[in-house]
Ligand binder design. Structure first.
Ligand code: AMP
Ligand code: MG
Length: 491
């Protein structure tokens, strides 16, 4: 063993690689393809601590070797996972084309985490791709996934980014990078689709049992495990999308391969946060049909869940007709569950306790007003919480004042003091979100070798629900010249 290996082994790894032991249809053994001159750009100290990993005594050059995948710690068994997916509605066999799972690390409290390198070179699943990633998109995933975590949304997280010292060719030459991504697992709806497509019933049962053991052990004693798994996954996905709707997040590429079985937000490609409230907002340049617009997100998750149900239909009942009937009934309950949770989430955003028959109208009227008057989604709730931010003249609008009076009347019905409803509102309405133009500003500076702008942004994003000092600049929506903000999937 080399000295550098001994050095990176000091971090406190505790590997137990269960996925690597699954049948060969599920994966290929794959080591990251070495890179020329890796240089660590950012390491997430808080996340390291959460994982029970300590990198403080490891030399910087060895950290660069580690997080580029050039050197793997003892106990790692790296693999590329097979999966499929409906991409914009079309079924494709995919797999980790530019990612490698380094292993599963079990932290002291028993939580199991996938440690994955993204941008780690070609694999048998790369198709025509180069297996690589560029620095900008990897730092973008780092910033937004960490912001999502601080916003209290289930998400994969980002442990480190290294520059590879090699260029990647997109339309132009860009600095290459590798992101170390942490996830409860990387099992997707698309993983089930892949196994179902191979038509090996015994493998489907292996995956099914694996998911229940790893993520949902409480289902083990169910009378109908498959049906309960469907209901459970529907529930976690509804909760996830409700969180996105709460903070104005648009995922942008909700293909079934980007829907995690454990309910974490995964694959930060063309995602972005909405400034001005408009339910039809899309940012992704490739989403021409607006399939993944803000207001379509619940509909799409339902569609994706129906694809998941199809994969496990044989496990729901031996009688296919009966299985389809029961599964359809579950999928059809989506709207009812979603609507109820959405309404409660919006009540929280407005500080409303209990239920009143006119709540739905009150909420919809506010959204309509925001849409018509191009009000900022985040800042409108900040205004209602008496938070300061620049440029709030729009809230002198007569129609808004009429609405506000009705809202105040509804608040009175609760008999709660201001302190109590503001506390509720502050727990769900962010003051700070990663505004698109601020993220772009940080990435432009980072691409030019200046990490200070990004570090300042990350520091502000750490406390999204707090009134911090000197944050006006982070609260403003993009200047109007930026209105046609677009994100690109060529990440
Ligand atoms: P994504 O759009 O990141 O969800 O990726 C969809 C599929 O394309 C996955 O199978 C990826 O592994 C693959 N992919 C994306 N970019 C590349 C690349 N540069 N090289 C190889 N495969 C890629
Ligand atoms: Mg993906």
């Amino acid at each position: 063993m080399t000295n550098s290996n001994i050095d990176i082994d000091k971090a406190g790894w505790s590997f137990d690689n269960t996925y690597a032991k699954l049948p060969e249809d599920f994966l290929v053994k794959q080591t990251p393809i070495p890179v020329k001159s890796p240089e660590i750009i950012i390491l997430n100290k808080d996340l390291s601590k959460d994982l029970g990993l300590d990198f403080t005594n490891i030399k910087e050059e060895n950290l660069s070797q580690l997080f580029s995948g050039n050197l793997l710690p003892t106990g790692s068994e790296s693999i590329a996972q097979a999966y499929a997916g409906h991409q914009f509605g079309h079924f494709t066999m995919l797999g980790d084309g530019r990612a490698v799972l380094m292993g599963e690390h079990v932290s002291k409290n028993g939580d199991r985490h996938d440690i994955q390198f993204k941008g780690s070179g070609k694999t048998p699943f790369s198709r025509s791709g180069d297996g690589r990633a560029a620095l900008g998109p990897m730092l973008r995933e780092y910033i937004i996934s960490e912001a999502m975590h601080e916003l209290g949304v289930p998400t994969t997280r980002s442990l480190a980014v290294v520059k590879t010292g090699e260029n990647v060719i997109r339309e132009i030459h860009l600095p290459g990078a590798i992101l170390t991504r942490i996830a409860a697992s990387h099992i997707r709806v698309g993983t089930f689709q892949y196994i179902a497509a191979t038509q090996k019933e015994q493998n489907l049962k292996v995956l099914f049992d694996y998911v229940i053991n790893r993520h949902y052990p409480n289902i083990k004693n169910s009378k109908n495990q498959a049906l309960d798994l469907l209901k459970t996954i529907m529930n976690v996905q509804i909760n996830l999308v409700i969180n996105w709707m709460r903070i104005g997040f648009i995922h942008g590429v909700m293909n079934t391969d980007n829907v995690s079985i454990c309910g974490e937000t995964i694959d930060y490609g063309p995602c972005a946060f909405m400034d001005t409230y408009n339910p039809d907002t899309i940012f992704s340049s490739i989403d021409q049909q607006a399939r993944y617009s803000f207001s379509n997100q619940p509909k799409i998750i339902k569609w994706n869940l129906a694809r998941f149900a199809e994969c496990i239909i044989t496990l729901i009942d031996d009688n296919k007709d009966k299985a389809v009937e029961i599964a359809t009934e579950v999928i059809n309950s989506f709207e009812r569950i979603y609507e109820e949770k959405w309404l409660n989430m919006m009540r929280d955003k407005l500080g409303l306790f209990g239920e009143h028959i006119n709540d739905q109208i009150l909420i919809t009227e506010l959204l309509k007003w925001m849409d018509k008057n191009k009000a900022d989604y985040t800042n409108t709730f900040c205004f209602l919480m008496n938070e300061k931010f620049s440029d709030n003249e729009i809230y002198n609008d007569e129609n808004f004042l009429i609405w506000k009076k009705r809202w105040k009347d509804r608040l009175e019905l609760n008999n709660n003091n201001q302190e109590k409803y503001l506390k509720l509102m502050h727990s769900v309405n962010p003051i700070i979100i990663p505004r698109n133009h601020k993220v772009e500003e940080a990435l432009t500076a980072a691409n030019n070798g200046d990490l200070e702008v990004m570090n300042k942004l990350l520091a502000v994003l750490k406390k999204p629900y707090e009134s911090q000092n000197s944050i006006i600049d982070f609260q403003s929506p993009a200047p109007s010249s930026d209105k046609a903000y677009q994100t690109f999937c060529g990440t």
